[in-house]
Design a protein around this ligand. Structure first.
Ligand SMILES: [Zn+2]
Length: 273
C-alpha cells in the first residue's frame, strides 16, 4: 500500500516524466473513479500543462494550473507508463497522454480515485481537510505529539490516524514503534518524554530514509518507472515474523492491533514499562 515515501516517489516521477507538458488525451473508466462525469474528465484536462506535482498525506497532487488532480492509490494502485495511448479500462482506470511525452496510466484505482478540483477548493477535499500536520513541517513538533498523545488512545491506532499526522501507514508505524522501543498496544498517554521524543525522531528518520530509497516494495508498489523501491531491505520488524530481532535476537512476533497485522519484538518493545 503506498504510504508517504511511495506517494512522494510517484509524485516526483510523474513530474520527471510529464512536467511542463500539455495533456493531449485523457480518459477515465468508471464514474466512481472521479468526481466529474466521465466525459467531462478529458474536457477538464486536455490542453492543460502539468505545472507541478506534490503530495498531501498519501494523496498525489497534480497541478494543471486552473485544475488540480488529486489521486489516491489506496491499496494496490500504480502509475504505469504505457507504450501508446490506450482507452481506459478496468486495469488502466485513468489514462493521460502528454505531448511529446509519456502515456501515464493510473492503474487499478478500484478503491481509489482521480478527482479534479479547483486550486482554491483543494483544502476542502474530504480527505485533505482532515489531515494532520506533515511530518516534515514545522508544526510537527515533540510538543505537538505530546499533546496529541494525551488522548489516551492506542498508540498504533493513533499513529495510523491521518488526522494526527499525515502519511504513516501500517508498514512505517510498525518500524517507527520498533525504533522507539514502544509496544503498539500501549496507551498513548503512558509514553514518557523520552518515548515521545523517540517516536517523533523515528517518524522523521524512517520516512526520510524511505523517501531516499524510493519507498518499500512489499507487494504491488513500483515507482512510475516500474522499478521497485529499496526500503524493504531495511525493514526491521515488518513482515519479519519469526525472524530474529536485529537488535536482540528475540523472535519477532505478529499480533493484531487496531485491526491490522502488527510486528513486534517482545523484548525490545515491552508491553509495560
Ligand atoms: Zn529485540
Amino acid at each position: 500500500m503506498p504510504e508517504l515515501p511511495e506517494t512522494a516517489t510517484i509524485s516526483h516521477d510523474v513530474m520527471a516524466l510529464a512536467g511542463g507538458r500539455r495533456v493531449l488525451r485523457a480518459g477515465v473508466f468508471r464514474r466512481d473513479v472521479t468526481n466529474v462525469e466521465p466525459e467531462d474528465f478529458p474536457k477538464n484536462l486536455v490542453g492543460k500543462r502539468l505545472e507541478g506535482t506534490g503530495r498531501r498525506g498519501k494523496i498525489i497532487v497534480l497541478d494543471f494550473g486552473d485544475v488540480v488532480g488529486l489521486i489516491h492509490l489506496v491499496i494496490s494502485g500504480r502509475v504505469l507508463r504505457l507504450p501508446e495511448w490506450t482507452e481506459s479500462d478496468h486495469t488502466n482506470t485513468a489514462v493521460l497522454e502528454f505531448e511529446d511525452g509519456p502515456v501515464l496510466s493510473f492503474a487499478k484505482l478500484w478503491l481509489g480515485y482521480f478527482h479534479l478540483y479547483k486550486p482554491d477548493e483543494v483544502d476542502g477535499h474530504p480527505l485533505i481537510s482532515r489531515l494532520g500536520p506533515e511530518p516534515f513541517s514545522e508544526e510537527f513538533t515533540v510538543e505537538y505529539l505530546r499533546k496529541t498523545f494525551g488522548r489516551k488512545a492506542n498508540i498504533k491506532g493513533l499513529l495510523l490516524d491521518q488526522s494526527v499526522f499525515a502519511g504513516l501507514g501500517n508498514i512505517y508505524v510498525d518500524e517507527v514503534l520498533f525504533a522507539a522501543k514502544v509496544h503498539p498496544t500501549r496507551k498513548s498517554n503512558t509514553l514518557d518524554e523520552r518515548e515521545v521524543e523517540a517516536v517523533h525522531a523515528a517518524s522523521r528518520d524512517i520516512l526520510a530514509r524511505a523517501i531516499e530509497l524510493r519507498g518499500t516494495t512489499f507487494d504491488s508498489y513500483h515507482d512510475a518507472f516500474g522499478e521497485s523501491g529499496g526500503y524493504q531491505n531495511e525493514l526491521k520488524v515488518f513482515a519479519r515474523t519469526r525472524e530474529p530481532c536485529p537488535v536482540c535476537g528475540t523472535e519477532i512476533t505478529k499480533i493484531r492491533v487496531a485491526g491490522r497485522g502488527t510486528h513486534v519484538c517482545p523484548n525490545c518493545q515491552p508491553t509495560r514499562v
